[in-house]
Design a binder for this molecule. Structure first.
Ligand SMILES: CC(C)(COP(=O)(O)OP(=O)(O)OC[C@H]1O[C@@H](n2cnc3c(N)ncnc32)[C@H](O)[C@@H]1OP(=O)(O)O)[C@@H](O)C(=O)NCCC(=O)NCCS
Length: 190
């Protein structure tokens, strides 16, 4: 396994560590009902988050890795961000025909700073650069206006409205489907 390590102007993306610090950080993120509002799961307890990190590390060790679930930290002056506390979560789930879905989840204390755009941009670099993918897609709850703006700003195009895409707490919700192709991403020819 080659561990993922991406750096942007303000943020770094790395593999999770199975440490109390990373478990606490993921728990802080995934236990907040405001954060999970548009995600396909209910708030999670600490034990579930610890199990999740174990799963992410198993996925990372797979012979043909198709799932990247990664920790996002602030980039520090000392460049010690490999061990800095995660403030967000990022994911890439590979599918058929050189495609993947991307995702990002930020703690409420760092909303509104433009971080999601930087995270999604780094995931595009990974997907279209190192992984050589052709298509990236994202599904966004129709009410998640901030996330739709993040994708649109990066050049993602709206493909359609997916009806009853998610069933949560007995309630159906619809999503917008967005996509970006490799030749539309500036780093790979767009
Ligand atoms: C949605 C989310 C990713 C946005 O990340 P962020 O870093 O806070 O986004 P930004 O600061 O870049 O804001 C994006 C844009 O949405 C706007 N915005 C924020 N909240 C908004 C709201 N409730 N309604 C309308 N626009 C909103 C911002 O003003 C900004 O617009 P601008 O680029 O024109 O200035 C973040 O809030 C989050 O992680 N939420 C919980 C998990 C989640 O929903 N993940 C996405 C699943 S698809």
């Amino acid at each position: 396994m080659v561990p993922v390590r991406l750096t942007g102007p303000r943020l770094a993306i790395r593999e999770y560590h199975h440490t109390p610090g990373d478990v606490d950080a993921l728990h802080a993120l995934f236990s907040d009902p405001e954060v999970t509002r548009y995600l396909p799961f209910e708030p999670r307890d600490r034990e579930t988050c610890a199990d999740q990190i174990a799963l992410y590390l198993e996925e990372a060790m797979a012979d043909e890795r198709d799932t990247y679930r990664l920790a996002v930290t602030r980039l520090t002056d000392a460049d010690d961000s490999a061990d800095a506390t995660p403030i967000a979560h990022a994911s890439l789930t590979l599918g058929k025909y050189q495609s993947a879905y991307l995702g990002y989840v930020l703690g409420r204390d760092v909303w509104g700073l433009g971080y999601a755009g930087e995270i999604a941009g780094l995931l595009c670099d990974l997907a279209f650069g190192h992984l050589g993918l052709h298509r990236l897609a994202a599904r966004v709850d129709v009410d998640n206006v901030a996330s739709a703006k993040v994708l649109t700003k990066l050049g993602f195009q709206l493909e359609g409205h997916v009806r009853h895409d998610l069933l949560k707490g007995g309630v159906w919700s619809d999503s917008y489907l967005y996509s970006l192709l490799a030749d539309e991403w500036p780093g790979t020819g767009g």
